[in-house]
Design a protein around this ligand. Structure first.
Ligand SMILES: Cc1cc2nc3c(=O)[nH]c(=O)nc-3n(C[C@H](O)[C@H](O)[C@H](O)COP(=O)(O)OP(=O)(O)OC[C@H]3O[C@@H](n4cnc5c(N)ncnc54)[C@H](O)[C@@H]3O)c2cc1C
Ligand code: SF4
Length: 461
């Protein structure tokens, strides 16, 4: 299926300029561009794009409303299924989901569903036109641990159904990875994340920050002493992994989580804040996912020469294609088929190089990707001042160790069924804390399913 109208290009900041600032890379569509792009959609009877969306967004419906110029109708249609359209439109891996399944992609370019979702999310928020109705209060209380996308989606659905919902967040700001992990140049905090969280609060959801569940309160005290009939755990996977190679405890080796938290949550890139962040002149980032791309592009913007070190080939990079493309445009150096074996320090205990070996690709492993095999005798050094490890994360064990009878698996993830029910009645979980590090939309989908299951559980009591 082809379409005579080509995909509408999106305007972006010039690579050489944006590599020196933290402003958003992509400007998004204006109304004229959005309507032109919306006109490409075939409004399929059996839309493959919807089937591929983890929150079953009514894609052809909102796109045809944009095409017809009914922007308020389109914003309301999106709001039925998603409380974070401006976030998802910016960061979802659409190429593997809705756009990857769009019928127009078979012979040409898929509809730019993500950019249209972003446009309508921004339009709804900026015009303040969105009025979502909640059912009358039903007198039942639900507690939610963490304030990332899984929790926000769960909270929004429960509030719409009439529940009294309170979120307990360990950090001083709500949003989870949206706030502390994904950089400002991809996801503006004051302009996008904060207002979308405000919309969830407008549904009646209360958010208390600086509460570490498992320390300040426990899940059992919330249920037994504070009257919460059910709890949703959306505490994410914030515990960084390291390589366990010699030299990893030298000064200048940090996890991507720490580096990005300093830059984003603690505003280290902004001179009006005191947060220290060290890059030296050369930064090596180990890893090939979205987190690695965010860390290396942040290091570049802070003025360092920034390099990605990845043990597989370019085709195996797990990061979104758009992020790799943007990183390359910004001058990031990519060293593929390269694996660190040791961090080398100077006589003062600071990093001075990363010793690596060359790799080649062997047979596919259990992930289906060809596995990297070391080339014997291929050691070489890459000079650098800072090494950032972006190798994945796992859930913090605090909640599991302070909640009796909560089953976890060998990766430390909370065990939950497809509706979020855990081994403890009344306790539900979803998002990265169940799946391990995944995506915003999968976390939101899990939060929505758990909200429906919590509703059924409380009604059945
Ligand atoms: C740098 C980075 C870039 C990413 N880029 C993308 C991307 O482009 N696209 C995409 O789809 N996904 C991306 N992801 C993944 C995505 O952000 C996550 O999959 C998603 O945020 C998971 O949502 P969540 O709600 O499960 O957990 P989180 O977003 O991790 O939120 C969990 C929240 O729980 C809080 N918490 C933890 N323990 C406790 C406790 N004991 N008490 C109270 N609160 C607690 C945490 O402080 C946090 O605020 C990225 C992740 C990172 C780190
Ligand atoms: S599959 Fe593509 S063309 Fe069909 S409804 Fe979805 S976005 Fe439109």
């Amino acid at each position: 299926m082809a379409n005579k109208i080509p995909r509408t290009p999106v305007r972006e900041q010039e690579p050489a300029v944006r590599a020196t600032n933290f402003e958003e890379v992509c400007y998004g569509y204006n109304e004229q561009e959005a309507r032109l792009e919306a006109s490409r959609c075939l409004n399929c009877g059996k839309p493959r794009c919807v089937e591929a969306c983890p929150v079953s967004l009514q894609i052809p419906r909102f796109i045809s409303l944009i095409n017809a110029g009914d922007l308020a109708g389109a914003a309301a249609a999106v709001a039925e299924d998603s409380s974070l359209p401006s976030v998802c439109g910016r960061v979802c891996p659409q190429e593997n989901q809705c756009e990857g399944s769009c019928i127009l992609g078979i012979k040409g370019e898929p509809v730019a569903i993500g950019k249209l979702e972003r446009f309508i999310g921004d339009w709804g928020r900026n015009t303040g036109s969105l009025k979502v109705k909640c059912k009358p209060a039903n007198g039942h209380k639900v507690a939610i641990v963490g304030s990332g996308p899984a929790s926000l989606a769960c909270a929004a659905d429960l509030a719409k159904a009439g529940y009294g919902v309170k979120i307990f967040e360990a950090l001083h700001k709500a949003g989870g990875v949206l706030e502390y992990g994904i950089p400002e140049f991809r996801l503006p905090k004051a302009g996008v994340v904060a207002p979308e969280i405000e919309n969830v609060k407008k549904l009646g959801v209360e958010i208390e920050t600086d509460v570490v569940v498992g320390r300040t309160v426990t899940i059992d005290s919330l249920m037994n002493e504070e009257g919460y009939e059910a709890v949703f755990i959306g505490s994410g996977a914030g515990l960084p992994r390291f390589m366990n190679i010699p030299g990893e405890n030298l000064n200048g080796v940090v996890s991507a989580n720490e580096f990005l938290t300093r830059a984003n949550l603690m505003h280290a890139y902004d001179d009006s804040y005191d947060t220290p962040i060290y890059t030296g002149d050369r930064v090596a980032v180990v890893g090939g996912g979205n987190v690695a791309m965010d860390a290396v592009r942040t290091a570049k913007r802070l003025g360092a020469e920034a390099t990605i070190i990845y043990r597989r080939g370019e085709a195996e990079l797990p990061a979104r294609r758009e992020e790799v493309h943007h990183a390359k445009e910004e001058g990031i150096d990519f060293r593929m088929l390269t694996n660190p074996v040791e961090v080398i320090g100077d006589d003062k205990g600071w990093v001075k190089a990363l010793r690596c070996v060359r790799m080649e690709l062997g047979e596919p492993d259990e992930s289906g990707r060809r596995s990297p095999v070391e080339v014997p005798g291929s050691e070489f050094d890459i000079e650098c001042d800072v090494v950032i490890m972006a190798l994945g994360t796992s859930p913090n064990p605090l909640i599991a160790t302070t909640t009796d009878g909560l089953e976890t698996n060998r990766r430390g993830c909370i065990v939950a069924d497809e509706n979020g029910a855990t081994s403890r009645p009344g306790i539900f979980a979803g998002g990265d804390t169940v799946t391990g590090a995944a995506t915003v939309i999968l976390a939101m989908g899990a939060g929505r399913k758990a909200a429906a299951a919590i509703d059924a559980y409380i009604k059945s009591k």
